[in-house]
Design a protein around this ligand. Structure first.
Ligand SMILES: [Mn+2]
Length: 351
């Protein structure tokens, strides 16, 4: 399948181990993505280290689709507007140049200083599958902080489902941040690095906030609606600024309405770098992760719309329910989602 067509890529693993590369090849995926890849560096990544990390991937004949996230401590001061953000901005430019030189075409980023939160995890899914739940009332009751699950991607524990750790908040160094301050910090970053992205042939793209709450414990969130994603992606007029369109997070906003709105708004403008195709049941303030096909929206309608709009990017599975006996990475749940999406792509070609 030429890489200029809509396709499924395997992703969200931090290492370049053989089992991961085999998983992609065996499922018929020609490309692969990495989630906060384990590349050395306390403040930035060097081209040589990225190339060393990618060598086994290239040797296996896989295309590098994207990197998803640099470590949060590379740009936390930028997100929070703290002293030292100028130095982090220079280091981010250096990392982006290194990514481009090493052949990584897309850098996906989460603009969430507190990361992704959930309030429960357990065998609540179909047939007792293991899924996460979000209930905002738990967040509002500060006596229940210890119940909150935080995706600690900065700690990269591959033995945990989606790196969720209970009661383990990311240390921030600020108690509050307004929506205006967060937009201002976002604009400082995007305007600061976009020229480097253009010169380095790296597309910068942003994941919607998950959960799409206006604030969590006093820290504002901004990528919480389709309109706000629209504003974010037009911070500057550049073909190198796009969205890492997590349709699960968009589904948490307003279900099928927000999902179809996002697809129909951003795909025709070529503003989607890549997609996370997952879903939930229910919308903010209460939702539960689900298998594809039993959530808020129709995955078939989404793939059909993407095909109509000529979408040529990659689609990744995301937060798949864990099946009985599944690995922490979720090979069983992911294999189901990947096959499901591959079949939909094949089907819409014949409509
Ligand atoms: Mn996602």
């Amino acid at each position: 399948m030429p890489s200029s067509m809509m396709r499924v890529a395997v992703g969200q693993h931090p290492e370049n181990d053989k089992q991961y590369l085999d998983f992609a090849i065996q499922l018929g995926c020609e490309g692969i993505s990495f989630q906060t890849p384990k590349i050395p560096g306390q403040s930035k990544w060097e081209q040589k280290d990225i190339e060393d990390f990618l060598a086994p991937v290239k040797a296996a004949g896989l295309k590098i689709e994207s990197f998803e996230n640099v470590p949060t401590f590379f740009f936390d001061k930028i997100m929070l507007g703290l002293p030292g953000r100028e130095e982090q901005l220079e280091n981010m430019k250096s990392t982006i140049r290194a990514l481009g030189a090493a052949g990584v075409p897309i850098l996906g980023m989460h603009w969430m200083p507190q990361s992704v939160w959930r309030t429960d995890m357990g065998n609540y899914g179909r047939g007792g599958s293991y899924v996460s739940i979000y209930d905002h009332s738990v967040i509002l009751d500060r006596s229940r902080d210890a119940e909150i699950w935080v995706a600690r991607r900065d700690e990269q524990d591959v033995d945990l489902k989606d790196t969720f750790t209970r009661g383990s908040f990311v240390p921030l160094g600020v108690d509050s941040l307004t929506i205006d301050e967060m937009w201002s910090n976002f604009e400082y970053f995007v305007k600061g690095v976009i020229e480097t992205c253009e010169e380095s042939n790296v597309v910068l793209c942003f994941h919607p906030d998950d959960p799409p709450a206006q604030e969590l414990h006093g820290i504002a969130r901004i990528l919480t609606s389709v309109d706000n994603l629209d504003r974010a992606v037009h911070t500057v007029d550049s073909p190198n600024l796009k969205l890492e369109l997590c349709l699960g997070s968009v589904s948490e906003m307003d279900g099928a309405n927000s999902v179809m709105d996002a697809v129909n708004r951003f795909a025709p403008k070529n503003k989607i770098a890549y997609i996370h195709l997952r879903d939930v049941q229910g919308v903010f303030p209460v939702f539960q992760e689900s298998f594809l096909g039993e959530g808020n929206y129709s995955p078939f309608e989404v793939i059909k719309a993407l095909h109509k709009h000529g979408y040529t990017g990659a689609i990744l599975d995301d937060h798949t329910p864990s099946l009985t006996g599944d690995s922490a990475y979720g090979h069983r749940g992911r294999a189901h989602a990947i096959g499901y999406i591959q079949a939909l792509i094949e089907a819409v070609k014949h409509l």
